[in-house]
Design a protein around this ligand. Structure first.
Ligand code: SF4
Length: 88
């Protein structure tokens, strides 16, 4: 099993819906904000170079990274979905 952290930098999401269509087990479109939501994601924030950017994250433990997740990452036109190894 591997543990991966999915991060969705939702403030920058333009709501194109690609991730929601390609990966509905992990993303859905919020009908009020017109941005995607990471299902079961927890709100967090990251400080990088002095700037803060909010994101939601969800840790998954899987045999292999789901193909649809990789497809969603690659389909996002502004690359606001990241997948990282779990922090130790
Ligand atoms: S593919 Fe990217 S921009 Fe489009 S809805 Fe998903 S996170 Fe937002």
């Amino acid at each position: 099993m591997i543990k991966k952290v999915i991060k969705h930098y939702y403030p920058s999401c333009i709501g194109c819906g690609a991730c929601c269509q390609l990966c509905p087990d992990y993303f859905r479109l919020n009908q009020e904000t017109y941005k995607a939501e990471l299902i079961d994601g927890v709100i967090s924030e990251e400080v990088e170079g002095g700037s803060e950017e909010a994101y939601t994250e969800r840790t998954i433990e899987v045999e292999a990274l789901p193909a649809e997740l990789e497809v969603a990452v690659n389909a996002c036109p502004i690359q606001v979905i990241k997948i990282e190894d779990e922090r130790v």
